[in-house]
Design a protein around this ligand. Structure first.
Ligand code: ATP
Length: 263
């Protein structure tokens, strides 16, 4: 599958790295995503915004098959033109291409170094020099290096909440994903760490496609190229972020933005 994904890229999807076609997602009989068809541009940052219960997280999680055991999916999710729900797809490998960062930091009870080294080794990286270099690179990218370089062998459990989330981002980046999914990933960070992560995401734009769910509309406005407004399981509006924020086409988007930006 890895080879199929990397080498047999369908040219038609080069600029559209992920495409959903009539995607419906059901929890039991309850349909919460109602036939979404949309595409995500390669190397762009796209924000998914909308009220609570709109289906943002459900939609985002389906993009790297986190709903497999919870929900039923119909329609298609194409990654480089390959349906990620096809029976032949190796989910484990898929997740090395499409990484995910959650609201809560999920760190392992091991050292800061091993939190990243473990992930790299699990994905087949054996060379210790390469592992060391990658760990340093990813910690610098996420702004954590200066805080931890002298205690990299200490337990990661001693890190602050913000630092733990930065470590999770470093671990995700170390695997060099092509797509990074963020589920309110900076909502528990302090402003300084949020700023660092936003700068990291901006800096990585040329290499990584970012799709993020956020309730932080200022953040969406600051760092995303495109914005999608979801409500009740459908796309109400999508477009360039500056257009959606400045001249929303639908009254629902307008109401949501003006109500939430003022708060
Ligand atoms: N595991 C689940 N089982 C059943 N229903 C669920 C499950 N997860 C979410 N739902 C329902 O699916 C709908 C969409 O939820 P989802 O969490 O995707 O929305 P959201 O837009 O991300 O909301 P929020 O902004 O509050 O996180 C809601 O009605 C929710 O109650």
């Amino acid at each position: 599958m890895e080879n199929a994904m990397i080498t047999e890229k369908n040219e038609q999807f080069e600029e559209k790295i992920i495409v959903t076609k009539d995607l419906k997602i059901f929890y039991g009989q309850h349909e919460v995503v109602h036939g979404i068809s949309m595409d995500f541009k390669k190397n762009a940052v796209t924000s998914l915004i909308g009220p609570s219960g709109a289906g943002k997280t459900t939609f985002l999680h389906s993009l790297n098959r986190l709903n497999d055991r919870k929900a039923t999916i119909t329609g298609q999710i194409l990654y480089h033109g390959i349906d990620i729900n096809d029976t032949g797809v190796d989910v484990y490998k898929l997740r090395t291409h499409i990484g995910m960062l959650f609201q809560e930091a999920h760190i392992f009870a091991m050292s800061i170094y091993d939190n990243i080294a473990f992930a790299l080794r699990c994905h087949g990286v054996k060379d210790e020099f390469e592992i060391r270099q990658t760990i340093k690179w990813s910690l610098i990218k996420t702004g954590l290096w200066k805080d931890v370089k002298d205690r990299i062998d200490q337990s990661a459990l001693l890190l602050s909440k913000s630092q733990a989330q930065q470590l999770c981002l470093a671990r995700a980046l170390a695997l060099k994903p092509e797509v990074l999914l963020l589920d309110e990933a900076t909502s528990l960070l302090d402003p300084v760490a949020t700023n660092t992560v936003e700068n990291t995401l901006r800096g990585l734009k040329k290499k990584i496609t970012v799709i993020m769910v956020t309730h932080n509309l200022s953040q969406a406005a600051r760092i995303s190229d495109d914005t999608v407004f979801l409500d009740k399981g459908i796309i109400v509006e999508k477009g360039r972020t500056k257009d959606v924020f400045t001249y929303p086409q639908s009254s629902e988007t307008d109401n949501y933005l003006s109500h939430n930006l003022r708060r």
